[in-house]
Ligand binder design. Structure first.
Ligand SMILES: Cc1cc2nc3c(=O)[nH]c(=O)nc-3n(C[C@H](O)[C@H](O)[C@H](O)COP(=O)(O)OP(=O)(O)OC[C@H]3O[C@@H](n4cnc5c(N)ncnc54)[C@H](O)[C@@H]3O)c2cc1C
Length: 413
Protein backbone atom coordinates (compact mmCIF):
# COMPACT_ATOMS: atom_id res chain seq x y z
CA UNK A 1 0.00 0.00 0.00
CA UNK A 2 1.38 3.39 -1.04
CA UNK A 3 2.39 5.65 1.85
CA UNK A 4 1.29 9.21 1.12
CA UNK A 5 2.00 12.39 3.04
CA UNK A 6 -0.40 15.34 2.59
CA UNK A 7 1.07 18.69 3.70
CA UNK A 8 -1.69 21.01 4.99
CA UNK A 9 -4.97 20.19 6.70
CA UNK A 10 -7.21 22.77 5.03
CA UNK A 11 -10.22 21.81 2.91
CA UNK A 12 -8.03 20.79 -0.04
CA UNK A 13 -5.68 18.64 2.05
CA UNK A 14 -8.47 16.90 3.95
CA UNK A 15 -10.54 16.11 0.84
CA UNK A 16 -7.38 14.82 -0.88
CA UNK A 17 -6.73 12.56 2.12
CA UNK A 18 -10.39 11.44 1.98
CA UNK A 19 -10.33 10.26 -1.63
CA UNK A 20 -6.79 8.80 -1.41
CA UNK A 21 -7.65 6.72 1.65
CA UNK A 22 -10.90 5.54 0.00
CA UNK A 23 -8.72 4.19 -2.82
CA UNK A 24 -6.65 2.18 -0.35
CA UNK A 25 -3.62 4.43 0.28
CA UNK A 26 -1.98 4.83 3.68
CA UNK A 27 -2.36 8.59 4.27
CA UNK A 28 -0.83 10.95 6.84
CA UNK A 29 -1.94 14.60 6.94
CA UNK A 30 0.66 16.95 8.43
CA UNK A 31 -0.70 20.24 9.75
CA UNK A 32 1.22 22.82 11.73
CA UNK A 33 -1.79 24.32 13.58
CA UNK A 34 -4.44 22.76 15.82
CA UNK A 35 -6.91 22.86 12.89
CA UNK A 36 -9.52 25.18 14.34
CA UNK A 37 -9.06 28.45 12.51
CA UNK A 38 -7.38 28.38 9.05
CA UNK A 39 -8.69 29.82 5.79
CA UNK A 40 -11.01 26.84 5.36
CA UNK A 41 -12.93 27.56 8.62
CA UNK A 42 -14.35 31.11 8.53
CA UNK A 43 -14.86 31.62 4.80
CA UNK A 44 -18.31 32.35 3.38
CA UNK A 45 -19.08 28.67 2.67
CA UNK A 46 -20.56 29.40 -0.76
CA UNK A 47 -20.38 26.60 -3.34
CA UNK A 48 -20.21 28.66 -6.48
CA UNK A 49 -20.48 27.14 -9.96
CA UNK A 50 -21.71 30.70 -10.73
CA UNK A 51 -18.09 31.93 -10.53
CA UNK A 52 -17.17 30.98 -14.08
CA UNK A 53 -15.20 34.18 -14.70
CA UNK A 54 -11.65 33.77 -13.36
CA UNK A 55 -10.13 36.26 -10.90
CA UNK A 56 -7.61 37.28 -13.59
CA UNK A 57 -9.85 39.23 -15.98
CA UNK A 58 -9.78 42.67 -17.64
CA UNK A 59 -12.70 43.66 -15.37
CA UNK A 60 -10.81 42.75 -12.16
CA UNK A 61 -7.71 44.52 -13.46
CA UNK A 62 -9.74 47.70 -14.10
CA UNK A 63 -11.45 47.59 -10.66
CA UNK A 64 -8.21 46.65 -8.90
CA UNK A 65 -6.17 49.46 -10.46
CA UNK A 66 -8.88 52.01 -9.65
CA UNK A 67 -9.28 51.06 -5.99
CA UNK A 68 -6.26 49.11 -4.82
CA UNK A 69 -4.62 51.74 -2.61
CA UNK A 70 -7.84 53.05 -0.98
CA UNK A 71 -8.03 51.92 2.66
CA UNK A 72 -11.77 51.28 2.50
CA UNK A 73 -12.06 49.68 -0.94
CA UNK A 74 -12.90 45.97 -1.05
CA UNK A 75 -9.69 45.19 -2.97
CA UNK A 76 -6.17 46.22 -1.87
CA UNK A 77 -2.65 45.50 -3.07
CA UNK A 78 0.65 45.75 -1.21
CA UNK A 79 2.58 48.96 -2.00
CA UNK A 80 6.08 47.56 -1.36
CA UNK A 81 5.93 44.10 -2.89
CA UNK A 82 8.35 41.22 -2.35
CA UNK A 83 10.09 39.60 -5.35
CA UNK A 84 7.49 36.79 -5.24
CA UNK A 85 4.62 39.30 -5.30
CA UNK A 86 6.17 41.23 -8.22
CA UNK A 87 6.49 37.91 -10.07
CA UNK A 88 2.81 37.21 -9.28
CA UNK A 89 1.67 40.71 -10.41
CA UNK A 90 3.51 40.27 -13.73
CA UNK A 91 1.91 36.87 -14.33
CA UNK A 92 -1.52 38.26 -13.28
CA UNK A 93 -1.19 41.15 -15.75
CA UNK A 94 -0.33 38.72 -18.51
CA UNK A 95 -3.31 36.49 -17.68
CA UNK A 96 -6.01 39.17 -17.29
CA UNK A 97 -7.19 39.01 -20.93
CA UNK A 98 -10.51 38.37 -22.64
CA UNK A 99 -9.00 35.30 -24.30
CA UNK A 100 -8.07 33.81 -20.90
CA UNK A 101 -11.59 34.53 -19.58
CA UNK A 102 -13.21 32.79 -22.60
CA UNK A 103 -10.96 29.75 -22.22
CA UNK A 104 -11.44 29.49 -18.45
CA UNK A 105 -15.27 29.62 -18.35
CA UNK A 106 -15.94 25.97 -19.32
CA UNK A 107 -12.92 24.80 -17.29
CA UNK A 108 -14.09 26.44 -14.05
CA UNK A 109 -17.69 25.42 -14.68
CA UNK A 110 -16.83 21.72 -15.14
CA UNK A 111 -14.54 21.69 -12.09
CA UNK A 112 -17.07 23.34 -9.79
CA UNK A 113 -19.99 21.22 -11.06
CA UNK A 114 -17.91 18.09 -10.38
CA UNK A 115 -17.35 19.36 -6.83
CA UNK A 116 -21.02 20.21 -6.36
CA UNK A 117 -22.01 16.68 -7.36
CA UNK A 118 -19.42 15.24 -4.94
CA UNK A 119 -20.86 17.36 -2.11
CA UNK A 120 -24.33 16.06 -2.99
CA UNK A 121 -23.04 12.45 -2.94
CA UNK A 122 -21.31 13.00 0.42
CA UNK A 123 -24.50 14.41 1.92
CA UNK A 124 -26.60 11.54 0.55
CA UNK A 125 -24.16 8.88 1.76
CA UNK A 126 -24.21 10.28 5.31
CA UNK A 127 -20.41 9.78 5.44
CA UNK A 128 -19.97 13.41 6.48
CA UNK A 129 -22.30 15.41 8.68
CA UNK A 130 -22.46 19.15 7.93
CA UNK A 131 -25.30 21.59 7.14
CA UNK A 132 -25.68 22.02 3.38
CA UNK A 133 -28.35 24.24 1.85
CA UNK A 134 -29.47 24.23 -1.79
CA UNK A 135 -31.12 27.63 -2.27
CA UNK A 136 -28.89 29.12 -4.93
CA UNK A 137 -27.05 32.43 -4.53
CA UNK A 138 -28.41 35.96 -4.91
CA UNK A 139 -26.14 38.57 -6.44
CA UNK A 140 -27.73 41.86 -5.36
CA UNK A 141 -27.09 45.38 -6.61
CA UNK A 142 -28.02 48.96 -5.86
CA UNK A 143 -26.34 50.89 -8.67
CA UNK A 144 -27.68 50.39 -12.19
CA UNK A 145 -24.09 50.21 -13.52
CA UNK A 146 -23.40 47.19 -11.30
CA UNK A 147 -26.78 45.75 -12.34
CA UNK A 148 -25.72 45.98 -15.98
CA UNK A 149 -22.46 44.14 -15.21
CA UNK A 150 -24.35 41.45 -13.28
CA UNK A 151 -26.86 40.90 -16.11
CA UNK A 152 -23.96 40.64 -18.56
CA UNK A 153 -22.22 38.04 -16.37
CA UNK A 154 -25.54 36.20 -15.93
CA UNK A 155 -25.85 35.97 -19.72
CA UNK A 156 -22.34 34.48 -19.92
CA UNK A 157 -23.26 31.92 -17.22
CA UNK A 158 -26.54 31.08 -19.02
CA UNK A 159 -24.64 30.50 -22.27
CA UNK A 160 -22.32 28.20 -20.31
CA UNK A 161 -25.41 26.18 -19.37
CA UNK A 162 -26.17 27.41 -15.82
CA UNK A 163 -29.70 28.13 -14.58
CA UNK A 164 -29.85 31.88 -13.77
CA UNK A 165 -32.83 34.25 -13.24
CA UNK A 166 -32.78 38.03 -13.35
CA UNK A 167 -34.70 39.55 -10.40
CA UNK A 168 -36.45 42.89 -9.94
CA UNK A 169 -36.41 44.65 -6.55
CA UNK A 170 -39.92 43.24 -5.95
CA UNK A 171 -38.68 39.70 -6.74
CA UNK A 172 -35.89 40.11 -4.16
CA UNK A 173 -38.41 41.34 -1.55
CA UNK A 174 -40.53 38.23 -2.13
CA UNK A 175 -37.48 36.05 -1.38
CA UNK A 176 -36.42 38.16 1.63
CA UNK A 177 -39.74 39.45 3.09
CA UNK A 178 -38.33 39.92 6.61
CA UNK A 179 -35.43 42.19 5.71
CA UNK A 180 -36.70 43.86 2.49
CA UNK A 181 -33.21 44.55 1.17
CA UNK A 182 -32.66 48.04 -0.23
CA UNK A 183 -31.75 46.91 -3.74
CA UNK A 184 -32.46 47.80 -7.33
CA UNK A 185 -32.50 44.13 -8.29
CA UNK A 186 -30.43 40.99 -8.46
CA UNK A 187 -29.55 37.79 -10.19
CA UNK A 188 -30.37 34.36 -8.77
CA UNK A 189 -27.86 31.59 -9.57
CA UNK A 190 -29.85 28.42 -8.92
CA UNK A 191 -26.70 26.29 -9.42
CA UNK A 192 -25.08 27.45 -6.17
CA UNK A 193 -25.29 25.99 -2.66
CA UNK A 194 -23.92 26.92 0.73
CA UNK A 195 -22.60 25.20 3.82
CA UNK A 196 -21.18 25.90 7.24
CA UNK A 197 -17.42 25.69 6.58
CA UNK A 198 -16.35 25.15 10.21
CA UNK A 199 -18.87 22.29 10.54
CA UNK A 200 -17.58 20.76 7.29
CA UNK A 201 -13.99 20.86 8.54
CA UNK A 202 -14.94 19.39 11.94
CA UNK A 203 -16.86 16.61 10.22
CA UNK A 204 -13.83 15.76 8.03
CA UNK A 205 -11.53 15.80 11.08
CA UNK A 206 -13.86 13.33 12.83
CA UNK A 207 -14.46 11.04 9.85
CA UNK A 208 -10.91 10.77 8.44
CA UNK A 209 -9.30 8.89 11.38
CA UNK A 210 -12.20 6.40 11.21
CA UNK A 211 -11.17 5.69 7.59
CA UNK A 212 -7.58 5.15 8.76
CA UNK A 213 -6.05 8.57 7.94
CA UNK A 214 -3.46 9.75 10.46
CA UNK A 215 -3.63 13.49 11.23
CA UNK A 216 -0.55 15.04 12.86
CA UNK A 217 -1.40 18.49 14.23
CA UNK A 218 1.07 21.03 15.63
CA UNK A 219 3.58 19.55 13.18
CA UNK A 220 5.31 21.85 10.67
CA UNK A 221 7.03 20.67 7.50
CA UNK A 222 10.38 22.46 7.37
CA UNK A 223 12.10 20.63 4.51
CA UNK A 224 11.62 17.97 1.84
CA UNK A 225 14.43 15.46 1.24
CA UNK A 226 15.13 14.16 -2.28
CA UNK A 227 17.17 11.54 -4.12
CA UNK A 228 17.45 12.40 -7.82
CA UNK A 229 13.96 12.92 -9.26
CA UNK A 230 12.26 11.43 -6.19
CA UNK A 231 11.26 13.16 -2.98
CA UNK A 232 11.77 10.71 -0.13
CA UNK A 233 10.81 12.26 3.21
CA UNK A 234 9.58 15.40 4.96
CA UNK A 235 11.54 16.95 7.79
CA UNK A 236 9.06 18.21 10.38
CA UNK A 237 9.10 19.84 13.79
CA UNK A 238 8.29 16.34 15.14
CA UNK A 239 10.86 14.32 13.17
CA UNK A 240 11.48 12.97 9.66
CA UNK A 241 8.66 11.12 7.94
CA UNK A 242 9.38 9.01 4.82
CA UNK A 243 6.78 8.54 2.05
CA UNK A 244 6.19 7.06 -1.40
CA UNK A 245 4.24 10.11 -2.63
CA UNK A 246 3.67 13.62 -1.29
CA UNK A 247 0.83 16.09 -1.91
CA UNK A 248 1.53 19.75 -1.13
CA UNK A 249 -1.78 21.44 -0.28
CA UNK A 250 -0.54 24.09 2.14
CA UNK A 251 -2.73 26.96 0.85
CA UNK A 252 -0.78 30.20 0.44
CA UNK A 253 2.17 28.55 2.22
CA UNK A 254 2.56 26.12 -0.69
CA UNK A 255 4.99 28.70 -2.11
CA UNK A 256 7.57 28.38 0.73
CA UNK A 257 7.02 24.62 1.01
CA UNK A 258 7.65 24.06 -2.71
CA UNK A 259 10.67 26.38 -2.65
CA UNK A 260 12.37 23.58 -0.69
CA UNK A 261 12.30 21.77 -4.06
CA UNK A 262 13.42 24.89 -6.00
CA UNK A 263 9.94 25.31 -7.46
CA UNK A 264 8.28 28.75 -7.38
CA UNK A 265 4.52 28.32 -7.64
CA UNK A 266 2.86 31.71 -8.33
CA UNK A 267 0.50 31.80 -5.33
CA UNK A 268 -0.06 34.86 -3.13
CA UNK A 269 -2.30 35.50 -0.12
CA UNK A 270 -5.58 37.33 -0.69
CA UNK A 271 -6.59 38.21 2.85
CA UNK A 272 -10.26 38.61 3.79
CA UNK A 273 -12.37 39.07 6.92
CA UNK A 274 -15.64 37.73 8.28
CA UNK A 275 -17.77 37.90 11.40
CA UNK A 276 -20.96 36.23 12.62
CA UNK A 277 -23.99 37.89 14.22
CA UNK A 278 -27.50 36.93 15.35
CA UNK A 279 -29.40 38.67 12.53
CA UNK A 280 -31.98 41.19 13.80
CA UNK A 281 -34.45 39.83 11.22
CA UNK A 282 -33.99 36.52 9.39
CA UNK A 283 -31.98 36.58 6.18
CA UNK A 284 -33.02 33.52 4.20
CA UNK A 285 -30.73 33.46 1.16
CA UNK A 286 -26.96 33.62 0.78
CA UNK A 287 -26.01 36.69 -1.19
CA UNK A 288 -23.20 38.72 -2.64
CA UNK A 289 -23.73 42.46 -2.24
CA UNK A 290 -22.11 43.18 -5.56
CA UNK A 291 -21.56 46.95 -5.28
CA UNK A 292 -19.35 46.26 -2.24
CA UNK A 293 -18.07 42.67 -2.78
CA UNK A 294 -19.57 41.52 0.51
CA UNK A 295 -20.71 37.93 1.10
CA UNK A 296 -23.74 37.10 3.27
CA UNK A 297 -24.18 33.54 4.54
CA UNK A 298 -27.19 32.45 6.63
CA UNK A 299 -25.98 29.60 8.86
CA UNK A 300 -29.31 28.55 10.38
CA UNK A 301 -31.15 29.58 13.57
CA UNK A 302 -30.72 33.28 12.76
CA UNK A 303 -26.91 33.13 12.79
CA UNK A 304 -25.56 35.03 9.77
CA UNK A 305 -22.01 35.54 8.59
CA UNK A 306 -20.81 38.62 6.71
CA UNK A 307 -17.45 38.79 4.98
CA UNK A 308 -15.35 40.62 2.46
CA UNK A 309 -12.00 42.18 1.65
CA UNK A 310 -9.31 40.99 -0.74
CA UNK A 311 -5.88 42.22 0.34
CA UNK A 312 -3.49 40.82 -2.25
CA UNK A 313 -0.01 40.07 -0.93
CA UNK A 314 -0.89 40.61 2.76
CA UNK A 315 0.16 37.44 4.58
CA UNK A 316 0.01 38.99 8.06
CA UNK A 317 -2.61 38.83 10.84
CA UNK A 318 -3.14 42.58 11.25
CA UNK A 319 -6.79 43.69 11.11
CA UNK A 320 -7.19 46.64 8.72
CA UNK A 321 -10.25 48.22 10.28
CA UNK A 322 -11.36 50.38 7.31
CA UNK A 323 -11.83 47.15 5.32
CA UNK A 324 -14.01 45.63 8.06
CA UNK A 325 -15.95 48.91 8.40
CA UNK A 326 -16.56 48.79 4.64
CA UNK A 327 -18.29 45.40 5.13
CA UNK A 328 -20.37 46.69 8.09
CA UNK A 329 -21.40 49.81 6.14
CA UNK A 330 -22.40 47.84 3.02
CA UNK A 331 -24.47 45.36 5.06
CA UNK A 332 -26.36 48.27 6.69
CA UNK A 333 -26.96 49.87 3.30
CA UNK A 334 -28.35 46.67 1.76
CA UNK A 335 -30.21 45.31 4.84
CA UNK A 336 -31.67 48.25 6.86
CA UNK A 337 -32.53 45.80 9.66
CA UNK A 338 -28.77 45.28 10.21
CA UNK A 339 -27.61 48.91 10.43
CA UNK A 340 -25.32 49.95 13.26
CA UNK A 341 -23.57 46.63 13.94
CA UNK A 342 -20.67 46.98 16.36
CA UNK A 343 -18.02 44.26 15.95
CA UNK A 344 -15.08 43.88 18.33
CA UNK A 345 -11.66 42.66 17.20
CA UNK A 346 -12.14 39.32 18.95
CA UNK A 347 -15.21 38.65 16.77
CA UNK A 348 -13.33 39.25 13.50
CA UNK A 349 -12.00 36.20 11.67
CA UNK A 350 -9.36 36.56 8.98
CA UNK A 351 -8.19 34.11 6.34
CA UNK A 352 -5.66 34.06 3.51
CA UNK A 353 -7.00 32.86 0.18
CA UNK A 354 -4.28 31.07 -1.80
CA UNK A 355 -4.58 33.11 -5.02
CA UNK A 356 -3.09 31.73 -8.21
CA UNK A 357 -1.95 34.31 -10.76
CA UNK A 358 -4.63 33.38 -13.31
CA UNK A 359 -7.62 32.36 -11.18
CA UNK A 360 -7.33 28.64 -11.98
CA UNK A 361 -6.07 26.23 -9.30
CA UNK A 362 -2.87 24.21 -9.53
CA UNK A 363 -3.73 20.50 -9.57
CA UNK A 364 -1.17 17.99 -10.78
CA UNK A 365 2.33 16.56 -10.51
CA UNK A 366 5.54 18.57 -10.57
CA UNK A 367 7.43 18.05 -13.82
CA UNK A 368 10.82 17.77 -12.13
CA UNK A 369 9.83 15.03 -9.65
CA UNK A 370 8.19 11.66 -10.17
CA UNK A 371 6.21 11.64 -6.90
CA UNK A 372 5.42 15.26 -5.87
CA UNK A 373 1.80 16.37 -6.36
CA UNK A 374 0.25 19.78 -5.74
CA UNK A 375 -3.27 21.03 -4.96
CA UNK A 376 -3.39 24.75 -4.30
CA UNK A 377 -4.15 28.22 -5.70
CA UNK A 378 -7.94 27.90 -5.36
CA UNK A 379 -8.29 31.62 -4.56
CA UNK A 380 -11.89 32.54 -3.78
CA UNK A 381 -13.20 29.04 -4.52
CA UNK A 382 -11.22 26.66 -2.31
CA UNK A 383 -14.19 25.22 -0.45
CA UNK A 384 -16.15 24.93 -3.67
CA UNK A 385 -13.35 23.10 -5.47
CA UNK A 386 -11.81 21.03 -2.65
CA UNK A 387 -13.71 17.74 -3.23
CA UNK A 388 -13.04 17.78 -7.01
CA UNK A 389 -9.37 18.59 -6.38
CA UNK A 390 -9.09 15.70 -3.91
CA UNK A 391 -10.79 13.27 -6.27
CA UNK A 392 -8.66 14.31 -9.26
CA UNK A 393 -5.40 14.03 -7.29
CA UNK A 394 -6.40 10.59 -5.99
CA UNK A 395 -7.10 9.46 -9.58
CA UNK A 396 -3.79 10.89 -10.84
CA UNK A 397 -1.76 9.32 -8.03
CA UNK A 398 -3.61 6.02 -8.49
CA UNK A 399 -2.67 5.99 -12.21
CA UNK A 400 -6.32 6.18 -13.32
CA UNK A 401 -7.85 8.25 -16.11
CA UNK A 402 -8.83 11.50 -14.40
CA UNK A 403 -12.48 12.65 -14.37
CA UNK A 404 -11.38 15.94 -16.01
CA UNK A 405 -8.44 16.99 -18.17
CA UNK A 406 -5.74 18.29 -15.80
CA UNK A 407 -3.80 20.19 -18.45
CA UNK A 408 -5.31 23.64 -17.61
CA UNK A 409 -4.27 23.16 -13.96
CA UNK A 410 -0.65 22.08 -14.51
CA UNK A 411 1.81 23.65 -12.08
CA UNK A 412 4.40 24.85 -14.62
CA UNK A 413 1.90 26.72 -16.89
C1 LIG B 1 -13.27 36.02 3.60
C2 LIG B 1 -13.17 34.76 2.76
C3 LIG B 1 -14.32 34.23 2.19
C4 LIG B 1 -14.24 33.11 1.38
N1 LIG B 1 -15.40 32.57 0.89
C5 LIG B 1 -15.35 31.44 0.12
C6 LIG B 1 -16.56 30.87 -0.37
O1 LIG B 1 -17.64 31.34 -0.12
N2 LIG B 1 -16.46 29.77 -1.14
C7 LIG B 1 -15.26 29.18 -1.46
O2 LIG B 1 -15.24 28.19 -2.19
N3 LIG B 1 -14.10 29.70 -0.97
C8 LIG B 1 -14.12 30.81 -0.20
N4 LIG B 1 -12.97 31.36 0.28
C9 LIG B 1 -11.68 30.76 -0.12
C10 LIG B 1 -11.38 29.50 0.66
O3 LIG B 1 -11.55 29.74 2.04
C11 LIG B 1 -9.94 29.06 0.37
O4 LIG B 1 -9.73 28.98 -1.03
C12 LIG B 1 -9.69 27.67 0.97
O5 LIG B 1 -10.00 27.65 2.33
C13 LIG B 1 -8.24 27.26 0.74
O6 LIG B 1 -8.10 25.97 1.27
P1 LIG B 1 -6.68 25.26 1.29
O7 LIG B 1 -6.87 23.91 1.88
O8 LIG B 1 -6.04 25.36 -0.04
O9 LIG B 1 -5.79 26.21 2.22
P2 LIG B 1 -5.86 26.47 3.81
O10 LIG B 1 -7.25 26.35 4.33
O11 LIG B 1 -5.13 27.74 4.05
O12 LIG B 1 -5.04 25.25 4.39
C14 LIG B 1 -3.64 25.14 4.25
C15 LIG B 1 -3.12 24.54 5.53
O13 LIG B 1 -1.73 24.25 5.38
C16 LIG B 1 -1.11 24.44 6.65
N5 LIG B 1 0.34 24.61 6.43
C17 LIG B 1 0.95 25.62 5.79
N6 LIG B 1 2.29 25.45 5.79
C18 LIG B 1 2.52 24.29 6.46
C19 LIG B 1 3.71 23.56 6.78
N7 LIG B 1 4.93 24.02 6.41
N8 LIG B 1 3.58 22.41 7.48
C20 LIG B 1 2.37 21.95 7.84
N9 LIG B 1 1.21 22.60 7.57
C21 LIG B 1 1.28 23.75 6.86
C22 LIG B 1 -1.78 25.71 7.17
O14 LIG B 1 -1.63 25.82 8.56
C23 LIG B 1 -3.22 25.50 6.72
O15 LIG B 1 -4.02 24.91 7.72
C24 LIG B 1 -12.99 32.48 1.12
C25 LIG B 1 -11.84 32.99 1.72
C26 LIG B 1 -11.91 34.13 2.53
C27 LIG B 1 -10.67 34.66 3.17
Amino acid sequence: MSKIVVVGGGAVGLFTAWYLQKKGADVTVIERTDMTDGCSYGNAGLIVPSHVIPFASPEMLRKGLKNMFKASSPVAARMFPSADLIHWYMRFLGAATNEHVEKSIPILKDLSLLSKSLYEDLKKSGDLDFPFWQKGLLMLYKSEKVGEELRHEAEIARKAGLNVSNLSAADVHKLEPDTLPLVSGGVHYHSDDHLNPAALMQSLQKALPKLGVKILTGCEVTDILTEGVKATAVVTSKGTIPFDEIVVSAGMWSLPVLKKLQVRVPVQPGKGYSFKVEAKAPIHYPALLSDANVAVTPLGNGLTQFGGGMEVGFGDMKIRHPRVQQVIKAVGEFYPTQTGMSIGDSEIWQGHRPCSFDGLPFIGKLKAYSNVFVGTGHSMMGVTLAPATGLLLSELIGGEKTSLDLNPFRIER
